[in-house]
Design a protein. Structure first.
Length: 292
């Protein structure tokens, strides 16, 4: 009886941080994304003519890759419209790209090197998914926390490299949208690089705290993909929701709790999901209305 009581105490250890801190961290992350996107639309002027089809093979390949991230309809808007008077669409494209990348980063963390993600990392999270369904929440969460903590060990995330990669991709989006770079001071790009580094550090903090410091539940980010049908259980709209509204892109990440309710000695339990904050999305008809 004593051993059982001791084990129960060990497994029911309190979370190291309150859940409200996770909610606040995700909210701050979304605000950083908005701030970076807004700044991108302010530091560069745009040409007065729409760019239309790709001008060379490099641009074709970039636009194809961008379409895989934010969706082909969004890329068509970027190329078929002029943004000299209102760069809102360009800013939304940058938001959607950053949201996509941050979601993937936090989901994979700490298995960030491609070889880790493709093999050990993917198998680790697949195994954890099974454990989460079949074991007590405390047991599963302890396995998750210890696994990620011991794997990352002394590994260090290169935030400068992450920021530089994001900056280059943003520059490519701006260029593909008709931005004129000959008038942009280098100081603006360096300031943007600093903002991006802070963004990635914030993402890593969220990943570490949700995967290693919380045992009572699992916090999961909500990401809605371009082209998905609107589901008001996990997403909210910035504008009017119409029947069969198609999502153009997400602009903010949401957050939910996923908690195992398995009891000691039971079979495969169910996971209880509770949405804390919904992902924010933009619809295709909203962009179309801007140019009507």
């Amino acid at each position: 009886m004593y051993l059982y009581s001791t084990a129960e105490t060990f497994l029911s250890k309190y979370d190291e941080i309150p859940g409200d801190e996770i909610v606040s961290l995700v909210s701050d992350l979304n605000q950083l994304v908005v701030g970076i996107a807004d700044k991108c639309g302010e530091i560069l002027p745009f040409g007065k003519d729409a760019l239309g089809p790709p001008r060379d093979n490099d641009e074709f390949h970039f636009l194809s890759f961008l379409a895989s991230v934010i969706g082909a309809p969004f890329v068509n808007f970027l190329r078929s419209k002029t943004h000299s008077e209102d760069p809102t669409i360009v800013q939304l494209a940058i938001q959607a790209t950053l949201v996509h990348d941050l979601y993937g980063f936090i989901k994979r963390w700490p298995f960030l090197v491609p070889s880790q993600t493709d093999s050990f990392g993917s198998n680790f999270w697949k195994l954890y998914s099974s454990i989460h369904h079949k074991e007590m929440q405390a047991v599963a969460a302890r396995w998750r926390a210890l696994g990620t903590k011991h794997f990352r060990g002394g590994l260090k995330t290169d935030y400068e490299a992450l920021a530089s990669g994001s900056l280059e991709f943003i520059i490519d989006i701006l260029r593909a949208s008709g931005a004129q770079f000959n008038s942009s001071p280098q100081s603006s790009k360096e300031q943007l690089r600093g903002d991006l580094e802070r963004l990635w550090r914030q993402a890593a903090t969220i990943a570490e705290k949700t995967k290693e410091s919380i045992l009572s539940t699992d916090y999961k980010l909500i990401f809605v993909r371009p082209g998905d049908d609107f589901d008001d259980r996990i997403a909210k709209a910035q504008g009017e929701v119409k029947e069969r509204s198609r999502i153009l892109c997400p602009t903010e990440l949401g957050l939910m709790r996923v908690t195992g309710n398995e009891k000691p000695g039971g079979g495969s339990g169910q996971l209880e999901r509770s949405v804390i904050s919904k992902a924010t999305v933009i619809f295709e008809h909203e962009i179309e209305a801007m140019f009507a």
